[in-house]
Design a binder for this molecule. Structure first.
Ligand code: IFM
Length: 474
């Protein structure tokens, strides 16, 4: 790996969470069982050509039936926390109104088993599986969406907040709105104009803010609330103050190109996170797209900026940027830069710079890496094992960035590897394997990869074994 960031010797703080993450549609299956209603992804997967190989989440990893085995798997990996998402259509099949007791019971069983295994449950309310009936009523373009989401959040609080202490409202707002509404690459799959996308984003932001309030007011015990933001920070091409400042500027640009490109705008980080964290839309967005923005009612920005208890960041990679007289300039990755099976560059310093830039802009607060991981071409070998030394190297490298941040006072409190197991990777179907555990989709068999065994050791030693050069757990 070309980029080295390790601050070897820096210890992880006591109580640091060693976790893994998943999302309901990607692992559960049981799509027509237990009273679950259809989601936009159930419908989208049936549209020819939308998902690789015509795959869908009907069965996925069959976690709906294998949850007990999966909790045992997590325990064997020494996880101290598990991030999962509630399937809104399993809790409220129509999105509003009636609550599905069988759906609630499924998560009750899962949460109880996690607690019994000594694993903290971390619940995400919305990881993209919108109930189809709400989409048919206009989805995120409907001004009622924030209220529907708040009602759902109130149900989550009332049923689970006695045992779940950490909630995330929405997963990756910009991927969801950018990939779905601006690009049509994700469900529900319709491409919308820039003004419509901005309406959808505003409703999503309001939904987040109302959900924060609903979770807090309905909580049955002391809970913490945050969200999980995805982003690809700009990485300074060198550590000169000029390059660092250029990378910071590029990271938070909401309108990065000369023309108003809806994809770039809707995928930008600050469009969503400035309102959530600072209570204002970014200045460059207002200056250039103010005339295209939806009407913002009095009180909206205060609602959107409802205080959160922690920052959750999903970071996979970053792109290098250098300073120039004309402003920040993206520079190509070095020839031969390591790539994963998705073609994403492997850039371990992304966790450090991504988190540092956020702390600088939004203020210091507890930060959790709520997702970080790598898809590789893994298979079960003739010896029955899955040898994935590159994943071990990936995690070791990226955690070097966390250590550097810790050594500089960034309050990293935990790391959730994406993902606990191979799963349904949205439009890419089952073609990408991110897991610490291999899943044979024909039989459901789980095989812990070498990286899973290595991660178990890392978790048990609270990160101390990171400095050992072992690639394998034994
Ligand atoms: O699988 C996804 C996840 O659902 C959201 N974050 C990125 C992951 C890898 O693409």
């Amino acid at each position: 790996m070309s980029e080295k960031v390790t601050s070897a010797g820096t210890a992880f703080p006591e109580g640091f969470l060693w976790g893994a993450a998943t999302a309901a549609y990607q692992i559960e299956g049981g799509a027509r069982e237990g009273g679950r209603g259809p989601s936009v992804w159930d419908a989208f997967c049936r549209v020819p050509g939308k998902v690789y190989g015509g795959h869908n989440g009907d069965v996925a990893c069959d976690h709906y039936h294998r949850w007990r085995e999966d909790v045992a798997l997590m325990k064997s990996l020494n996880l101290s926390a598990y991030r999962f998402s509630f399937a809104w259509p399993r809790i409220m099949p129509e999105g509003t109104g009636a609550v599905n007791g069988e759906g609630v019971a499924f998560y009750d069983r899962l949460i109880d088993a996690l607690l019994e295994a000594g694993i903290e449950p971390w619940g995400t309310l919305f990881h993209w599986d919108l109930p189809l009936s709400l989409h048919l009523r206009g989805g995120w373009l409907n001004p009622d969406m924030p209220n529907w989401f708040a009602d759902y959040a109130a149900q989550i609080a009332s049923h689970f907040s006695d045992r779940v202490k950490n909630f995330m409202t929405v997963n990756e707002p910009q991927v969801f709105i950018g990939g779905s509404y601006a690009e049509g690459r994700f469900a529900p799959g319709n491409v919308h104009s820039l003004p419509e996308c901005l309406v959808a984003a505003h409703h999503l932001l309001l939904a987040h803010g109302r959900a924060v309030q609903a979770l807090r007011s309905g909580a049955r015990s002391k809970i913490r609330v945050g969200h999980a933001a995805q982003y690809n920070p700009a990485l300074p091409a060198s550590e000169s103050p000029e390059d660092v400042s250029a990378a910071r500027q590029a990271t938070f640009a909401a309108c990065p190109s000369a023309e108003l490109d809806p994809l770039k705008i809707m995928w930008s980080f600050s469009l969503y996170h400035d309102p959530m964290m600072l209570g204002t839309y970014p200045a460059d967005l207002l200056a250039r797209c103010g005339h295209l923005m939806p009407k913002i009612a009095e009180g909206d920005m205060e609602t959107i900026a409802a205080p959160m208890d922690f920052l959750g960041l999903n970071i996979y990679w970053g792109d290098p940027v250098r300073a120039s007289a004309g402003g920040p300039v993206r520079v190509p990755h070095a020839p031969g830069c390591p790539m994963n099976s998705f073609g994403w560059p492997v850039t371990p310093s992304a966790l450090y710079w991504g988190t540092r830039f956020c702390m600088e802009r939004y203020g210091k607060k507890d930060v959790y890496i709520t997702e970080n991981g790598v898809p590789l071409c893994d298979w079960v070998g003739a010896d029955g094992a899955v040898h994935d030394p590159a994943r071990i190297d990936f995690i070791r490298g990226y955690l070097g960035g966390v250590r550097r941040g810790l050594s500089e006072g960034i309050p990293f409190k935990g790391y959730f590897y994406w993902s606990l197991m191979d799963n349904f990777e949205w439009a890419s179907g089952y073609s990408q394997r991110f897991g610490l555990t291999h899943v044979d989709y024909a039989t459901g068999t789980r095989t812990v990869k070498d990286s899973g065994r290595w991660y178990a050791k890392l978790a048990a030693s609270n990160g101390a074994s990171l400095d050992s050069q072992d690639s394998f757990s034994d």
